[in-house]
Design a protein around this ligand. Structure first.
Ligand code: SF4
Ligand code: SF4
Length: 179
């Protein structure tokens, strides 16, 4: 595989501007509902708030990659006098906690930057953040061509990690026989 030019999309988070309103969680879950906007449930959002109003802690975190095993990270960070745990900043859908998992199936959720056709000018959470705590940025980079997994493949990969590939294949085979 060779190098290709790619638009890298990022969202810069200005923690000082976030007031914990959770509009980003609501619109993300609504945008990804089937059919679109038919429901909203922050537990299905691909952005989640670490939210502790009494300590003035409001930290938006985007869902990243799935991991099958939890890490050993238990460090604490003090930033501007506020204490955060290492987990607070982590983007992984991980066995040690419930966030970034679809509540019914337990399958991992991952931010897809609101990919849609036609494309959005800005991701929905950025558009709905009236405090401008989420800032959308694009840049062009030369990167290695990658084989992109779609949502179904990410889900299958997670199931195979949890139950073993053979069990997943056996289940699919049984389902196909039922027609
Ligand atoms: S960019 Fe889109 S998919 Fe990602 S968290 Fe924001 S609304 Fe959700
Ligand atoms: S919409 Fe903006 S201000 Fe509201 S919780 Fe999300 S990041 Fe924070």
């Amino acid at each position: 595989m060779g190098k290709v030019k790619k638009i890298i999309k990022t969202i810069k988070i200005d923690v000082d501007k976030c007031n914990g309103c959770r509009a980003c969680e609501v619109i993300c879950s609504a945008f990804h509902a089937t059919p679109k906007y038919s429901s909203n449930n922050p537990a299905r959002s691909r952005i989640r708030l670490v939210r502790e109003p009494l300590r003035d802690v409001f930290l938006p975190v985007y869902a990243g990659e799935n991991t099958v095993s939890e890490c050993m990270g238990r460090d604490k960070y003090i930033i501007d006098g506020k204490e955060y745990s290492e987990c607070d900043f982590c983007r992984a859908s991980c066995p040690s906690r419930d966030i970034f998992k679809e509540p019914d199936s337990g399958l991992p959720l991952k931010c897809d930057m609101c990919e849609s056709d036609p494309p959005l000018a800005e991701p929905m959470c950025v558009q709905w953040c009236l405090n401008e705590a989420l800032i959308y940025e694009e840049r062009e980079e030369e990167v290695e061509e990658e084989v992109k997994l779609d949502e179904m493949e990410v889900g299958l990969e997670a199931l195979a990690g949890k139950y073993g590939l053979q069990k997943v294949m056996d289940a699919v085979s049984r389902m196909s026989k039922k027609g």
